[in-house]
Ligand binder design. Structure first.
Ligand code: SF4
Ligand code: SF4
Length: 395
């Protein structure tokens, strides 16, 4: 044997062919369990939360039995890991049973929590039966900023106590932040705080989705928390790792020739590819944001097998011949820099095939910034849709 030959090579998980094979077989890889819409906080930007004692939300929540049944079916179809999310999952009185039930099925379990309700009993549980990770969002690192976002007095002290408990006990934690009007002044300090406490790459998200219930009053509050396109680009440029990734992927992110006028499918993203959501109301969704009534399936009247094998392919096959869609988002050269997708378009406009002015502005600002850096000709970009202006442009 040639001793110099390489016996072992490494490959990133995303390039591991088993994943492709499982996707080809239409296996389920991951389940997102949105076990409640209720939350102890009332964050200004939240797309879902309802009060802790909301009666209707409580009545609609998937029961322990329903969650276990769906998890069982998903595991039979290949599921390897799951995320427990909300609302705030720790509000569920049966959180321990849900968590242990999923672990017993052999699933790798991640938990998304605001950490405010964490107690010693949860720590004991996580130490004995470790999660894959616990993901915590940091809304601010001062009481004033944190509680301006959460609108819940006392939440900052509770969050710090919960986070310290996790870290002191060696539970794997991932931290992230939302970039909001209410905390943007503190964002560099939030990043410092997070990086000092975890080894994981810290990420912040400036993309605020509107409410799943389409509540107009709450939606106005969310919009008031959105940063301007310039602020988003400036934040992304200041984040070395993030901007580097954007720049390196530049040729994939900006594709002037991507126009494919033949194809009128709505969905070109990965929604429903290897994963699904069991929603806070017991319904099956392809992803967390896709809430359009024709795209959700009532698992209480059907089965996961029917949802996965029959309903999901029908949703993925949905099309639109609308002129606006075919001329804009469907052939957009910078769609990969945009948070546009049929789900977000629906939340913003009530239609899955409309463009969204704010999304356009952010995507174009990103594209220009990357193109400047790469000395690419800005005029190779498609013009902005009629009536949409970058903030610095005169009307
Ligand atoms: S902590 Fe999370 S789920 Fe609760 S209100 Fe805030 S964003 Fe929503
Ligand atoms: S919203 Fe605007 S930038 Fe985004 S995909 Fe549609 S046309 Fe392109």
């Amino acid at each position: 044997m040639d001793m110099n030959s390489t016996l072992v090579s490494s490959r990133s998980v995303a390039n591991f062919s088993l994943w492709d094979k499982m996707l080809e077989k239409r296996s389920i890889l991951k389940v997102q369990l949105e076990i409640t819409a209720r939350c102890n906080n009332d964050c200004r930007h939240c797309y879902l939360c309802l009060p802790s004692a909301d009666k209707m939300a409580l009545e609609n929540e998937p029961t322990l039995g329903e969650i276990m049944h769906v998890a069982d079916e998903a595991v039979k179809k290949g599921a390897l890991w799951c995320t427990i999310t909300g609302g705030e999952p720790l509000l569920r009185k049966d959180f321990r049973d849900i968590y242990l039930g999923l672990k017993r099925k052999g699933l790798l379990v991640s938990v998304f929590t605001n950490a405010c309700l964490l107690r010693e009993e949860h720590i004991k549980l996580f130490r004995k039966y470790p999660p894959l990770d616990i993901e915590v969002t940091v809304y601010g690192i001062t009481k004033e900023t944190y509680e301006r976002v959460t609108r819940c007095p006392g939440s900052y002290d509770a969050f710090r106590r919960g986070l310290d408990l996790l870290l002191e006990n060696g539970i794997p934690v991932r931290l992230k932040a939302m970039a909001l009007r209410s905390n943007v002044h503190e964002l560099p300090k939030i990043a410092e705080f997070c990086r000092a406490r975890t080894k994981d790459y810290f990420r912040f998200d400036p993309s605020l989705h509107l409410r799943l219930d389409r509540d107009p009053v709450r939606n106005e509050i969310i919009k008031s928390e959105r940063l301007s396109p310039e602020e988003i680009v400036a934040l992304e440029r200041a984040d070395f790792e993030r901007f580097n990734a954007l720049e390196k992927g530049c040729d994939k992110l900006i594709r002037p020739n991507m126009c494919n006028k033949q194809c009128n499918h709505l969905f070109h993203c990965g929604t429903g590819a290897g994963s699904f959501v069991l929603g806070h109301d017991g319904r099956f969704r392809l992803c967390l944001s896709l809430h359009q009534p024709d795209c959700v399936y009532d698992l209480r009247r059907g089965s996961l097998a029917d949802a996965w094998e029959n309903f999901l392919p029908r949703v993925r096959d949905m099309r639109s011949d609308r002129k606006e869609f075919m001329e804009r988002c469907r052939r957009c050269s910078i769609v990969n820099l945009c948070i546009w997708c049929p789900a977000h378009a629906y939340l913003e406009t009530g239609e899955m095939d409309s463009h969204v002015d704010y999304f356009c502005q952010v995507a174009y600002a990103r594209a220009r910034s990357i193109m400047n850096e790469n000395r690419m000709e800005a005029n190779s970009l498609d013009p902005l849709p009629a009536g949409v202006f970058l903030p610095q442009q005169k009307r």
